[in-house]
Design a binder for this molecule. Structure first.
Ligand SMILES: NC(=O)c1ccc[n+]([C@@H]2O[C@H](COP(=O)([O-])OP(=O)(O)OC[C@H]3O[C@@H](n4cnc5c(N)ncnc54)[C@H](O)[C@@H]3O)[C@@H](O)[C@H]2O)c1
Length: 388
C-alpha cells in the first residue's frame, strides 16, 4: 500500500527545483512504497513562492518556514535555503519530529553541525545530507571498484573543483543568488561550497582524512553588497588548495577556485593505488576511467603492449542505478543524481537501513572544511578530528 511522504520545502531556488523534480519523478523510476506529495513550500516572497508552487505543483505556500514545520500535514522538511539558515531550520524540524533532508554543506561550521547532528539523533528522525555526487552512477561504480579491492594499496587522491563565475570585480556580494559571496550567509567560500563535495566523495572512496594544510586566497578584496549597496570587504575564500593525509596512509591534494577561466563546474578526482587507478570528470559524467594493473580473478599483472586506461561507459543495467532508466548506451543527467539520492533515502526508510550520508557523516566533512580554513589562517598543519 502506498504511503504518503508529505514534503515541506524551505527555499525555492536552484536546489528547490532540483529536489522538486526528484519528488515528482521518484515513483516513475523506483519501485518504492512512499509517494511524495508536494505539500508546502516556504519562502519570504509570497508572489515568487506562489509562482514556483504553481509551476511545480505544491499545494500551498508559506512565507514563514516555521509554519511548515509546525504543520501536522508535513512528514519531511527539505532545507534548500542558504547555509546560514540550515541549523535553525534543521533543529526546529527535528524537534517537531519531522524527517530532515538538508543541502550541503551541512552547516556554517562544526559547532553548528554538532548541534544539528545531536538534534536529529535525539529526536530519532531519519535524516540525510544531499551530497548528490555520490549518486552519479560512475562515482558509485568507483566506490564499487574500491570496495572490490581492485585498487590495492592507495597512494594518491587528487581532486579539483573549478568554476569561473566570480572573476569580474563588479559581481556584487550578498542577496538573492549571490549569498555565496557573503560570509554571513555562506560561512565560507569555495571550501564549504565546492570542496565539501570533493571531501565527501574522497572520504567515501578513500576513508578518513586525518591531517590537512591549506592555502586560501581572496582575489577581489572588496565588492558592493547587493542589499545595502555599500562596498564591503570580501571575507570568503575565492580559492583554496590543501594537502591531506588519509588514515590509510595515502596523500591527497585538493584544489578549488571560482577563478579558473573557462571552467564552469569542473569536478574531477583520481585515485592511484598499487593495483589500479580510477579517474572521474563531471564534464563526462557517464564515464569512469579505470587502469587495471593487477587482474583480480587471475592475480596476473597486466603489463603488455595493450596496457592502457579503460574508459567505461557507465550505462549498462549492471551499473549502479542504471537498471532504473533506459537501455544500455543511453545516458542520464545531473538531475538524476538528486533522484537517485532521494530513492536511496526512501529505500533506507523502507528497509530500516538508514541512508548515507546522514548528518553524522556530513559532520565529518564539516570537520575537514573547518580545519582546512583554520590551517589557511594559521599556516600550520591541523588534525581534522574525523571519526575513524
Ligand atoms: N548539492 C549540490 O550540488 C548543491 C548545488 C547548489 C546548491 N546547494 C546548496 O543548496 C542550498 C541552496 O542553494 P541554491 O543554489 O538553491 O540557492 P538559491 O539562492 O538558488 O536559493 C536559495 C533559496 O532560499 C530562499 N531563502 C532565503 N532566505 C529564506 C528564508 N528566510 N526562508 C525561506 N527561504 C529562504 C531563497 O528565497 C531561495 O529560494 C545551499 O545550502 C547550497 O550550498 C547544493
Amino acid at each position: 500500500m502506498a504511503k504518503q511522504l508529505r514534503v515541506g520545502m524551505i527555499g525555492y531556488g536552484f536546489m528547490g527545483r532540483a529536489h522538486s523534480n526528484s519528488y515528482k519523478r521518484l515513483n516513475d523510476f523506483f519501485d518504492v512504497e512512499h509517494r511524495p506529495v508536494l505539500t508546502a513550500v516556504a519562502a519570504r516572497n509570497q508572489q515568487k513562492a506562489k509562482s514556483f508552487a504553481d509551476q511545480w505543483g505544491y499545494e500551498r505556500v508559506e512565507t514563514d518556514w516555521r509554519r511548515v514545520i509546525a504543520a501536522d500535514d508535513i512528514d519531511l522538511i527539505d532545507i534548500v535555503a542558504p547555509n546560514r539558515l540550515h541549523k535553525e531550520i534543521a533543529i526546529a524540524a527535528a524537534q517537531a519530529g519531522k524527517m530532515v533532508l538538508c543541502e550541503k554543506p551541512l552547516a556554517m561550521n562544526v559547532a553548528e553541525a554538532e548541534e544539528m547532528t545531536a538534534a536529529v539523533e535525539k529526536a530519532g528522525v531519519p535524516n540525510m545530507v544531499w551530497f548528490n555526487y555520490r549518486r552519479v552512477p560512475a562515482i558509485a561504480l568507483a566506490k564499487q571498484v574500491v570496495d572490490e579491492g581492485r585498487i590495492g594499496r592507495p597512494f594518491h587522491y587528487r581532486a579539483t573543483y573549478l568554476q569561473d563565475w566570480t572573476i569580474a570585480e563588479d559581481v556584487p556580494q550578498g542577496g538573492a543568488g549571490l549569498w555565496r559571496l557573503d560570509i554571513a550567509d555562506a560561512g565560507s567560500g569555495v571550501t564549504g561550497d565546492l570542496l565539501a563535495h570533493s571531501i565527501d566523495t574522497a572520504m567515501w572512496l578513500n576513508g578518513p582524512i586525518t591531517r590537512v594544510t591549506a592555502k586560501t586566497e581572496t582575489f577581489v578584496k572588496e565588492r558592493k553588497h547587493a542589499v545595502s549597496g555599500e562596498v564591503q570587504p570580501v571575507s570568503i575564500d575565492d580559492a583554496c588548495m590543501f594537502l591531506a593525509e588519509f588514515a590509510n596512509g595515502s596523500l591527497g591534494t585538493f584544489e578549488s577556485t571560482r577563478y579558473a577561466r573557462g571552467r564552469k563546474n569542473f569536478n574531477t578526482f583520481e585515485l592511484n593505488g598499487a593495483d589500479g587507478s580510477l579517474y572521474f570528470d563531471l564534464e563526462e559524467p557517464e564515464y569512469l576511467q579505470y587502469f587495471e594493473y593487477l587482474q583480480k580473478q587471475s592475480g596476473k599483472k597486466i603489463e603488455d603492449h595493450l596496457t592502457g586506461w579503460r574508459k567505461i561507459h557507465v550505462t549498462n543495467s549492471e551499473h549502479p542505478y542504471m537498471d532504473r532508466y533506459w537501455v544500455p548506451g543511453t545516458t542520464i543527467g545531473y538531475e538524476h543524481t538528486f533522484l537517485n539520492a532521494l530513492a536511496d533515502f526512501v529505500i533506507g526508510l523502507e528497509t530500516g537501513k538508514p541512508v548515507q550520508p546522514d548528518f553524522r557523516n556530513a559532520l565529518q566533512t564539516q570537520k575537514v572544511c573547518d580545519m582546512v580554513l583554520e590551517s589557511a589562517r594559521t599556516g600550520e598543519w591541523r588534525q581534522t578530528g574525523v571519526d575513524r
